[in-house]
Design a protein around this ligand. Structure first.
Ligand SMILES: C[S@@+](CC[C@H](N)C(=O)[O-])C[C@H]1O[C@@H](n2cnc3c(N)ncnc32)[C@H](O)[C@@H]1O
Length: 327
């Protein structure tokens, strides 16, 4: 019975979307998606797969006319949230070849999720300013670690805006995807050639990353949402071992308050673990908590939550826990 109800709701949503490019998106667009999502909660696993398939094969055909949703659904690099689509989100790219396609791309860019991703870039700039303003207290060069670095767009934009001396900053980027790293390197060469030698890239799993040096700012936005609680806690602890007294570690994660979750899941097949501040706080173990001041913030739409750890002392100064760093 529920199967038919959900199937009928998806058919109605498909009809509703077929007019949208001519008459505009009605306010109930997301409400309809949320109703489908709510109704689908009582489906068994097999029926849920069928319902999601129906959405992709009906309503999503409209969105696929645009380049953004088409890319997100097709996952040309084999995973959701690749460097290219993230950079298209930063660029607010509208390049579909038809009017309807451009309509859907424009629509895409004003949804909460891409707006929040874009906001990450502004937040990174603020974090960079903080670390630079306090440069006397820092190492020389200032050391920044970006984990799950993707296109590095936020770093490139931040460095361009601040007009720093390339020798005054050393940025280490970790990403598991070699294609993503190649893209970031091209971006740096094209937009920030003077800083070519300021960047160092590690291709590999962040979980296994090790460092001989400590960092002033550790930034990881758009990665923790792909991990379960145990993995997230492990990675936070690992990253914390690269911090020293005075360092700041900032992680971002899609928020449990994100209002368009149904849109990204049903129409983008993009599944993330959404987290509250409390969930993020639960990543912190007792040893780590003793070393840090913890604060939380969110973007203006409350779509992405951030947790910042300000280190009052090193984690591995002899009193810390099990993840030790060889200096
Ligand atoms: C959604 S993007 C975020 C990019 C960037 N941080 C930003 O906010 O613009 C996630 C990135 O993490 C990378 N990634 C995914 N799993 C990873 C892992 N286990 N270790 C390192 N990088 C990973 C992906 O290749 C991708 O470039």
């Amino acid at each position: 019975m529920v199967v038919q109800v959900v199937s009928g709701m998806i058919s109605e949503f498909d009809r509703f979307c077929s007019d949208a490019a001519d008459i505009g998106i009605a306010p109930e667009f997301h409400a309809r998606l949320r109703s489908i999502d709510d109704a689908a909660r009582s489906l068994d696993a097999a029926a849920l797969v069928e319902a999601r398939k129906k959405m992709v094969e009906t309503a999503c055909l409209h969105f696929r006319e645009g380049e953004m949703v088409r890319h997100i659904l097709d996952k040309p690099y084999g995973y959701a949230g690749d460097f290219e689509v993230i950079d298209w989100i930063y660029a607010k790219r509208v390049a579909a070849s038809t009017d309807r396609g451009r309509f859907w791309d424009e629509f895409f860019h004003v949804q909460d999720a891409p707006l929040a991703v874009n906001w990450r870039r502004h937040r990174f700039f603020d974090e960079l300013c903080l670390v630079v303003e306090d440069r006397e207290a820092r190492q020389k060069p200032i050391r920044i670690l970006s984990v799950g670095s993707g296109p590095c767009r936020e770093i490139v934009d931040g460095l361009k805006a601040l007009a720093l001396d390339p020798d005054g900053v050393a940025i280490t980027c970790v990403d598991i995807d070699p294609t993503s790293v190649a893209y970031a390197k091209r971006l740096i060469q094209a937009e920030l050639p003077r800083f070519d030698r300021s960047f160092m890239f590690h291709i590999g799993n962040a979980m296994r990353f090790r460092s001989q040096v400590k960092f002033d700012l550790i930034w990881s936005a758009g990665l923790f949402d792909y991990f379960n609680q145990k993995q997230g806690a492990f990675l936070l602890r690992r990253l914390a071992s690269f911090a020293r007294e005075g360092s700041r570690l900032v992680i971002g994660n899609f928020a449990s308050s994100h209002a368009t979750r149904a849109w990204i899941e049903w129409c983008g097949q993009w599944f993330l673990t959404h987290r509250s501040f409390k969930d993020l706080d639960d990543f912190i173990d007792d040893d780590l908590r003793e070393c840090v001041e913890v604060s939380f913030f969110t973007d203006p739409r409350a779509a992405i939550n951030f947790m910042a750890l300000d280190f009052q002392r090193d984690l591995d100064n002899g009193q810390g826990g099990s993840t030790r760093l060889v200096q």
